[in-house]
Ligand binder design. Sequence first.
Ligand SMILES: [Zn+2]
Length: 416
Amino acid sequence: MSSILIIIDGLGDRPCKLLDGKTPLEAAQTPTMDSLAQQGLCGLTTPLVSGFPVSTHNGTAPLFGLSIESSRKLARGPIEAAGIGMKITPRDVLLRGNFATLSDKHILVDRRAGRIDEDQTRELTDALNEIPPHNGIEITIKPTTGHRAVVRVRGANISSKISSSDPGRIELKTPPEIHPLNEYSEAKRTAVALNEWCLQVRQILAVHPINKKRVEDGLLPANGVIMRGAGEYQQYKNILREVGVAPLVIAGEATIIGLANLFGFETISKQSFTGMVDTDIRGKIEAAKEALKTSPLVILHFKATDICAHDLDPIAKMRYIERVDKALVDLVDDVDNIVISSDHSTSSETGHHTGDPVPSILTYPGSRRDSVKEFSESSCMQGGGLNGLNSTQLLLMLLDGMGVLRNYQHGYSWLI
Ligand SMILES: [Zn+2]
């Protein structure tokens, strides 16, 4: 039996003015997904928490086999670190970092340092990793893509209960600083170490040849580092691992690859899988076909739906959905067990993630059927057999359809 879980990022939406009051999925022509909808069950499922807008990593984690509770706790730092293959231990504190531009008075001028690229940040991080450990705490920075980086804090008595120093916008008029989030000495010690490290970072970056050249060229210097998403790596219990279904994940986006790496899943990613509308959809379908020959479960991720909605472009989102649907026709005929779902809804009217449940399909040989004939938010709402389920329950239904839950002896209480 072959099985595929297709995750279309930010698939759900709200009525859009540019689409005459339809959502992109309602407006899109999706004969392939409509046909799947007719074969099995549809519905609006809850990624994590009803009504609450969640992030991609939290919303995807239940579909990757984590319990709802573990998915809620998951921080971005460890995922980013796993995404670039950074060596991490359960005691490390990991944060997402940005190279940024700060003024002489330490006020944030640009969160992305004029969108500096990784060729330059690689040299900058080499210089920063010369900073010796202070107070027994070693801080290491590794570049990812563009202005982004991962910061690893290592040492005794440290904690991830610390605030972000990245305000997510530039209106803030105070210097970016990290604060402890509780009264324990570990959080204070970690915050102090990172703030002191940031001061040394500023001194080194202020005189770095790359920044001198950038200023000469009229570009913003990368003269500071701001951070967010602190967390520790944890070996979370995972239902896919528990039942011996090690999936293969096909994706282009770093967060999804990071999640897969964190859980020890095999991945396929190519440079042409860009995570944008120009991604190689056909290449992903071919990779999935090949993977289905050997993997018990293939997870296929599409990102650009979410990007289009963030860009307030419901028409581009609709067209991307149509392209994915067209490409899927080549794939789904040969697959027995199929789920299509999403990590959260993203509104093309506001550009933000929303807490609305997401449209989902489940079909396997002999599965129940409901009366839904078209795959869309409004038709799922009317008579969808999956309505009210969360992503964990949807995944369990897929695993049940695959027949792998029958012999699982350890119960389900840890999952919900
Ligand atoms: Zn997402």
